[in-house]
Design a protein around this ligand. Sequence first.
Ligand SMILES: Nc1ncnc2c1ncn2[C@@H]1O[C@H](COP(=O)(O)OP(=O)(O)OP(=O)(O)O)[C@@H](O)[C@H]1O
Ligand SMILES: [Mg+2]
Length: 637
Amino acid sequence: MSRSGGHRPSTNSSPYEPLAPHIDEPSVDVWIDADTDLGWIRRLAPLLRTHRVPLVASLVTAVLAMLIGVSVPLILRAAIDQALDAETRDLEPLVIALVVLGAIRALLTFVYRYGLYAIAFKLEHQMRTILQDHLSRQSFAFFDRVQSGQIISRANSDIRSIQLFLAFVPLMAVQLLSFALALAIMLNTNVLLTLIALAPMPAVFFMGKHIRDLIFPQSWIIQARQAEIATVVDESVNGVRVVKSFAAEERQIQELAKASLRLKWISLQLHRARANFNPIIENLPRLGLALVLLYGGLQVIDGNLTIGDLVAFNIYIVVLQAPFRFLGMILIMGQRAKASAGRIYEILDEPIALFDRPGAVDLVEPEGRVEFVDATFAYGTEVIGGAEGARTESVIKNLDLLIEPGERVAIVGSTGSGKSTLPRLLLRFYDLQSGSVKVDGHDVRDLTGASLRHGVGMVPDEPFLFSASVHDNIAYAIPTASRADVESAARSARAHGFIENLSDGYDTVVGERGYDLSGGQRQRIAIARTLLANPKILVLDDATSAIDVQVEAEIHEALDALLKDRTTIIIAHRLSTIGLADRIVLLDNGRIIADGTHAELIATEPRYLEILDSGPTADAPAQSGPIQTGPIQEGAL
Ligand SMILES: Nc1ncnc2c1ncn2[C@@H]1O[C@H](COP(=O)(O)OP(=O)(O)OP(=O)(O)O)[C@@H](O)[C@H]1O
Ligand SMILES: [Mg+2]
């Protein structure tokens, strides 16, 4: 079950200062009701309550406008019967009354419509912020399995359809009220005539219900297909380099066409259902109009009814129709909104797997000791909306590892051996199944997430750059950082030189994900970004793979100067990179199979030689032929 509020960062008073400045206004101050047994609108109640005052004001205005609307036919009736027919009264005051009432009604209509839409758009904003807030608290396991197109479509069209419906409901309520008033006036005028006018209405209602039952599943499918299309477009754009390099544009177009046709088909089904019934629903009340003319006309001829009565009656029939037609529309919108709400709640009801324990403490001025104790971990295979599924095979198996403060350790192993998984566990991107990961003796689960991630910095193997300036990309962790600080971090990462040569220097805006930079340039910006945050424990996950050996050595020299006793974990394939570490941990299939200096491993561990010999390591510079023995630093530097 998801939580309802109560997820603010812990506020225990400790000297730890968050890196990024605090935003004063909380991003979300309301939350939907966490009780999944409630109906979808009931679950929105906490949100709706925040708009009580403007909602009531808009409704009152709407009711006033409606009252004027209902009174107009009465004035018309008086004008026809008394001024025109009986010639007992002046026409002018009645005409002036009609004009003035019309103007007032126009003004009131503006006010309540504007008010209702303002509320609806604020609700839309609130829902979107809640969704984003929730997403930002989701576990990595969630993002591993969810498609971004799904999230994008839920954040857009689903929220929009709820918003439309919610704006519509108060209008509908007012319509129903006017229906009741019109009905009362009609009954007061002539009961039989009213019944005749109403005769087709039950048919309208039942047909509306039939459409609803038909349309509900279809609107659900439509939203899902829209999300499919969003996913295809998202992947075509983000994966454009792969697409083009395989000249597979045609295939992507086919994919999109397929998804698009599927959407077209289901949309047409829906509109066919509507087209079948809507004309009937709309025209049935007109049958009532004809019947009223026939019977009412005869009544007028017989002198039982005035002409004014008949005219007013005809206008009220139109007023009566509106709710019935609206009813059909609102039911359809309601079904859509319900489907959309279901899809949004599906995300919001995802439990937040990783968040600060009650009483979690801040990691303050860490020494930098890292410890894995009997750690076992498997990536989950749950599917969105479903229960937690079976776990895959453990990726880390009963692993014990102690890294002392200031040590520089290389983690080496064949691909898929679990190297990158270790820092993910250290940063608590995922939680262990058993055992523990400790920093300075604290289990990472007992530390606040923010302080842990302040203390441990990771440069990932695939750096992600935002579509922002180079400065902003480097200053991501500390948006208030000065240009001098950013430059100094960039210098340490050996990025300053090339950044200066960009068209606008540090103000150059990089393209999406930084694809207009080289791989090595991207990596250096990512390193600068992490260095600016100056973590006590630094993890470089293949972070220098695209940087040439000489520059890499310089970066490591700069790292030394920057923080003397920083703990550094280097995950590497290249011999030159491995050479920068004092100690090497050999990982195989989630287990440590050797641990020691390069020389020790060379001497005692044939599997180490195997790994050095195979794959990308073999391209190490200054190494011709198979590696023999001895320290490799000279060769690498
Ligand atoms: N997000 C994930 N969800 C599920 N399984 C994953 C995930 N990330 C990695 N794995 C699996 O976990 C295993 C270890 O992955 P890991 O990324 O730690 O390998 P690695 O040693 O870093 O490999 P490489 O040298 O190729 O980077 C692999 O079998 C991989 O398929
Ligand atoms: Mg890896």
